[in-house]
Design a protein around this ligand. Sequence first.
Ligand code: 3HC
Length: 294
Amino acid sequence: MKIKRVGVLGCGLMGSGIAQICAQAGYDTIVREVSNELCERGIGGIGKQLGKAVEKGKLAAEDRDATMGRLRGTTDLADLKECDIIIEAVVENLDLKNEMWRTLDGVCGPETIFASNTSSLTIADMAAATKRPERMVGLHFFNPVPVMKLVEVVKTIATDPQVFQTAFDFAASLGKEPIVCKDNSGFVVNLLLVPYMMDAIRALEQGVATIEDIDKGMRLGTGYPMGPFTLSDFVGLDTLDKIGDIMYNEYKEKRYASPPLLRRMISLGYFGRKSGKGFYDYSGPEPKVMDLGI
Ligand code: 3HC
């Protein structure tokens, strides 16, 4: 099956990155958001990112214009009816996702592949809401999408092998390095990364070391580009908590559960970079370690 037209559900941080790389790879791309304002904000953000690349001399102005010409926003799910593949990147809420899949099931042709960028829900739980479980896969991208090379391509026990191969080749056509994953909550990366980030918070609660030193230890000791607290703030503490909850419910293992400190921070609106406060305070020119009273 040849993919020509791509639909993306959601134009937030992940959705806009996914839409950007699809349009850059030459696909006609239509992004659906709930309001015109969110569409404009998301697509405007892509324009800014590409503009920066042009300024740095990393992208030709004509390529930026051609990419923007392949991108379109809509608020109507019915406008995605011609898409060959639809990639969902909305909030981690199964009911909301499945409501969209049910609508799209009725709107799209029988060949359209449905793909979810979920980080911790299972693909089977979405496939079950559609009449095309064999055409449902996971395509899990990483933040920032235009930079991170990996895509986890997820097959359920019901995915048609040809559909899986099409999705895998599609991920590679975006300039990414796909890996094959089974449909277990967290796939490969979050299965290992979420307990690591939770353990860092537990180490902090136990007074093992300071935020700065734990971050420095993991950066300089293992070569990670960001320490666990910088990374947690980058991912979003509310997102980390939500992913942890889903994985804890799936496995009933304590290592996925949010430590109390994470819960308290979320109650106070410390969501990390996006809210200006997390393990670091982002209000100044450089991030400053937060005093969490530990
Ligand atoms: N969008 C597009 N490009 C971006 C970007 C963004 N948001 N942020 C940075 N970049 C680009 C920069 O423009 C720069 O490009 P250039 O080399 O062509 O000039 C390049 O990335 C490097 O950026 P910087 O020099 O500003 O900063 P760093 O060298 O520190 O790199 C980073 C930034 C790529 C974010 C790096 O710190 C990193 O790799 N961090 C770890 C990120 C990570 O682990 N992501 C996965 C999170 S988990 C996840 O997403 C799964 C989910 O399910 C939770």
